[in-house]
Design a protein around this ligand. Structure first.
Ligand SMILES: O=C(O)C[C@H](O)C(=O)O
Ligand code: SF4
Length: 507
């Protein structure tokens, strides 16, 4: 179980790698989407080499285990709990289990409801154990439709295959870049609100290259894969050719009055693996999702480096805090910014705290990074960053603008963009929003040269305010101080494109 957890957190399965490489081939060199995919492939390679988490959000570990009749599930649960605690201690998982009401972090990923373990008996004599580590940003973009429904851009979605088609297209649109697109979706048709989502998540365990045995669903999967990319949302919501990397659809019966279509959205960092285990010895006999072509990311990364040197990319600016208002006003959406010097992490707990407390450090002219890192404390008590990509910024929308103005913060780094309240504050106060590449936790951890301090540790490791010294930390300006937002633009254009899918396709 320990090996399964470590491999799942640090190595993407082969089918997922192939989907990412295909996406790369579709993007034009030099575009934001291509640059993001370069960072993503580089990150996958670094996670392989460092045996460290691909993304800092190691999610809610969810195990699906098929056991021979008579296997002791109580003993197996105990083994899983032990392995989870051990993997957390060794920084292969971020401590991710928090009390829902107080926010207190248990520190070892164990607690009420975590991890999720589902057993099923079967007639075979071996154990099939599968694990998915699905992070919070993409989980928040799951969506459930109750048909009939009125959908933005698409109009009426009725209780038939075409209504289902509309729901699926809409689900990709509503996720925008916030679930770290390009993503994979699992769709569950039917059931109740619980079993529908369950079915949707089960689809994520299918091999991305398989073919649906149900003829209607096969056609629907192919339709979605052929058309969703036309929404133009692209990697990280930057615009681009690839928005969706996989679509798997399942169906179960429903009761007459209910008609649910449930969609589970998974980021590109699609961490799910499985093993076949000998039921008598406990040894691993086979790894799953490992068939087919192996992608050599080392070769990929070298090719990109050569390509980049020969190209004129977007405007490139280097910043070091404290940043002046004048420097900020010179930046525009699309500029690429490289940061050297200090930045401070702050996510949900910090933003709420700062809204009615003083800051523990002087934030005038400083940079806030929406990030909950994986940390390791060495024997001398010094912290080291093991994984540190951005978190979804929109959660801080109610606080961000006020906090920037209150403390004089000049730049915020996160992913997925922010809303109109923050955009107005950036204009009024002189601030920028920088979009880092979601999930690229190894890439950014490598840019962090030292941990200079930490405040508010009582909020737990992911939520504390870490003082980070960085070098060469690169992100894109997606909201500037002149009222421009790439996120607003992509949202608007993708809604227009969504409306093109209004007419019936499946009669
Ligand atoms: O919690 C995190 O670090 C990130 C989260 O998975 C997100 O996508 O926002
Ligand atoms: S940060 Fe992005 S890649 Fe990581 S778990 Fe969240 S959605 Fe997935």
């Amino acid at each position: 179980m320990y090996d399964l957890i470590v491999e799942t957190s640090t190595k993407l399965p082969k089918d997922v790698r192939r989907a990412i490489v295909k996406a790369k081939a579709r993007e034009n060199a030099g575009t934001r989407a291509a640059m993001s995919l370069d960072t993503i492939t580089n990150n996958i390679k670094m996670a392989d080499e460092n045996v460290s988490p691909i993304c800092q959000d190691t999610g809610l570990p969810t195990f699906k285990i098929k056991v021979p009749v008579g296997a002791n599930q109580i003993e197996m649960k105990k083994a899983i709990y032990e392995a989870i605690a051990e993997a957390t201690k060794n920084s292969k998982l971020r401590p991710n289990s928090v009390d829902s009401i107080t926010g207190e972090n248990t520190g070892d990923n164990l607690g009420l409801g975590t991890p999720v373990i589902k057993f099923e008996q079967w007639e075979n004599d071996y154990i099939d154990a599968r694990l998915i580590l699905k992070g919070g940003g993409c989980e928040n973009k799951n969506i459930q439709y109750s048909l009939p429904a009125e959908l933005d851009g698409l109009g009426r979605a009725g209780r038939d295959l075409d209504g289902i088609r509309k729901c699926i297209m809409h689900s990709v649109y509503q996720a925008q870049g916030q679930g770290c697109s390009a993503g994979f979706i699992g769709v569950g048709i039917g059931g109740d609100r619980t079993s529908g989502y369950e079915l949707a998540k089960e689809q994520l365990f299918r091999n991305n290259d398989d073919v649906n045995e149900n003829e209607d669903l096969r056609k629907l999967e192919e339709y979605v894969m052929d058309n969703a990319n036309e929404l133009g949302i692209g990697t990280m919501g930057f615009g681009g050719e690839t928005t969706l990397l996989g679509c798997k659809i399942g169906v179960i019966n429903r009761i007459p009055a209910s008609f649910f279509v449930s969609v589970a959205y998974n980021c590109w960092a699609f961490r799910r693996l499985g093993v076949k285990i000998d039921a008598s010895t406990g040894s691993i006999n086979e790894w799953l999702y490992m068939e087919g072509e192996e992608i050599d990311f080392t070769e990929q990364v070298e090719k990109e480096a050569a390509k980049l040197e020969s190209e004129n990319g977007p405007k490139h600016v280097t910043l070091q805090a404290p940043i002046s208002e004048e420097e900020i006003r010179q930046l525009n959406v699309g500029d690429v910014v490289t940061i050297n010097g200090m930045m401070y992490t702050g996510r949900d707990a910090i933003h709420k705290h700062l809204s009615d407390h003083d800051a523990p450090v002087n934030l005038d002219g400083q940079i806030i990074y929406h990030c909950g890192p994986v940390m390791m404390k060495d024997e001398a008590g010094k912290y080291h960053v093991k994984a540190a990509g951005p978190t979804t910024s929109i959660r801080e929308e109610p606080y961000q603008g006020d906090i920037m103005k209150k403390f004089g913060i000049r730049a915020v780094i996160g992913k997925g963009g922010m809303g109109p309240k923050t955009l107005a504050a950036l204009k009024e106060h002189g601030g920028i929003y920088l979009n880092a590449i979601g999930g690229a936790a190894q890439y950014y951890a490598d840019c962090i040269k030292s941990v200079e301090g930490v405040d508010l540790m009582e909020f737990g490791i992911p939520e504390a305010m870490w003082h980070l010294k960085v070098e060469g930390f690169t992100a894109v300006v997606t909201m500037d101080s002149h009222g421009n937002s790439l996120h607003e633009d992509v949202n608007k254009s993708s809604l227009e494109k969504l409306a093109k899918f209004k007419d019936p396709v499946f009669k």
